[in-house]
Design a protein. Structure first.
Length: 382
């Protein structure tokens, strides 16, 4: 496919920054930073910009003029909630990266799809040089993203890809579940359950754009047999929970019901001591109660941990726990939680790289999280 390269207008003999950017296959903001010396990295992007400037006989003085009028040196970040641990981590990593580029970070927050669309429109009106969107998987911003992607580079972080004119960075949820199940099998776990969390809040990091709970559950369903792990459909939460339910309370209640139940659908009326003794002495107990809980976030895992303690079950000796997000809660728990850590540093760097790249060729990038092994799964294999 032949790309159209804007040329200088007939009324002017001097090319514009847009001409240089188009020829180099980058955004105007990136071309401006290269030519003004604010982007010091000497890579293919920088060489392409300089070559385009030479080819078009574009001078640095023209770049400075364009910088004043067309480039704001601002990157926008749109998110649902700044209290979301993943969003907070992303802000903490992005801000120094953006400062190093002699740019500023502008933050827009909106708890609903309507508010998020308003924030995106406002950022675009401010002529930000690029926009990073980190929202929940269930939020559909297709129409507004497709509209504004014609004007500025947009990178979606996490969630569900619906607007294919924007670049996207996501977690490889299938590979994440592979790492989790492989780890559990390695420590001798024979059965597991997956705790999805309250809907409609269906993302992991409390709850932002890191992990997709539905995708993880699907991967869990398809991979447990491969790693020799037993599960029951009724163990794995698929039910709606009233909006506003505390995720920690949800984890406590769900684990209490799960382990006070015989696993065959009959309600168990035994006390905590009976449940703990049966779990340890019955060789087939792993088929009635899971030996591991995989929780969609650290708050749910913390609630489940308290429930297991109340039932007299030991973590990790009787039940292992794996969570997602690796928030401070993971290290405050007793025992500390094994948790999947989103590659926030890599996500931020990749988002800025995609903003600098040619937005006519959006990319979809999927990254692996890191399994941070702690005491909640550290047990000797029997």
């Amino acid at each position: 496919m032949t790309k159209h390269i804007p040329t200088a207008s007939a009324s002017s003999s001097t090319p514009s920054l847009a001409n240089v950017a188009a020829l180099a296959g980058v955004s105007s903001a990136t071309a401006s930073r290269v030519l003004s010396g604010k982007r010091t990295k000497d890579d293919d992007i920088a060489r392409n910009v300089r070559d385009a400037a030479i080819k078009l006989n574009y001078s640095v003085n023209h770049a400075a003029s364009a910088l004043r009028s067309d480039v704001t040196n601002t990157i926008g970040l749109i998110a649902s909630n700044a209290d979301d641990p993943f969003v907070a981590q992303l802000i903490g990593v992005l801000e120094p990266m953006i400062s190093q580029r002699s740019q500023q970070l502008a933050l827009g927050l909106g708890g609903t799809a309507t508010l998020l669309k308003q924030r995106i429109a406002a950022m675009t009106a401010r002529h930000v040089d690029g926009l990073i969107i980190a929202t929940d998987p269930g939020v559909d911003l297709t129409d507004v993203l497709e509209h504004h992607a014609r004007r500025i580079p947009i990178v979606q972080v996490g969630g569900t890809q619906r607007a294919f004119c924007t670049s996207m960075i996501g977690i490889d949820n299938a590979a994440s579940m592979t790492e989790t199940l492989r780890h559990l099998a390695k420590v001798g776990v024979r059965s597991a359950a997956f705790l999805h969390g309250p809907r409609p809040t269906v993302s992991a990091a409390g709850n932002g754009g890191a992990f997709d709970a539905d995708a993880l559950l699907s991967a869990f369903d398809s991979q447990t047999t491969q790693y020799g792990l037993f599960t029951r459909r009724e163990w794995n939460d698929r039910t709606a929970v009233p909006a506003g339910t505390s995720t920690m309370a949800y984890g406590f209640d769900y684990a209490t019901r799960l382990f006070a139940n015989s696993g065959d659908g009959n309600s168990g009326d035994g006390d905590a001591g009976d449940i703990a003794t049966e779990t340890r002495n019955d060789t087939s107990a792993f088929q009635r109660r899971p030996e591991a809980l995989i929780c969609i976030n650290d708050a749910i895992a913390m609630g489940a941990l308290h429930a297991l303690h109340a039932l007299g079950l030991r973590v990790p000796q009787d039940v292992c726990i794996v969570s997602h997000g690796d928030t401070p809660l993971a290290t405050l728990a007793m025992p500390q939680l094994t948790s999947l850590q989103p590659p926030t540093q890599q996500i931020a760097a990749e988002a800025l790289r995609l903003i600098d790249a040619d937005r006519d060729c959006p990319a979809h990038v999927f990254l692996l999280p890191h399994v941070i092994v702690r005491d909640s799964t550290q047990r000797s294999r029997s």
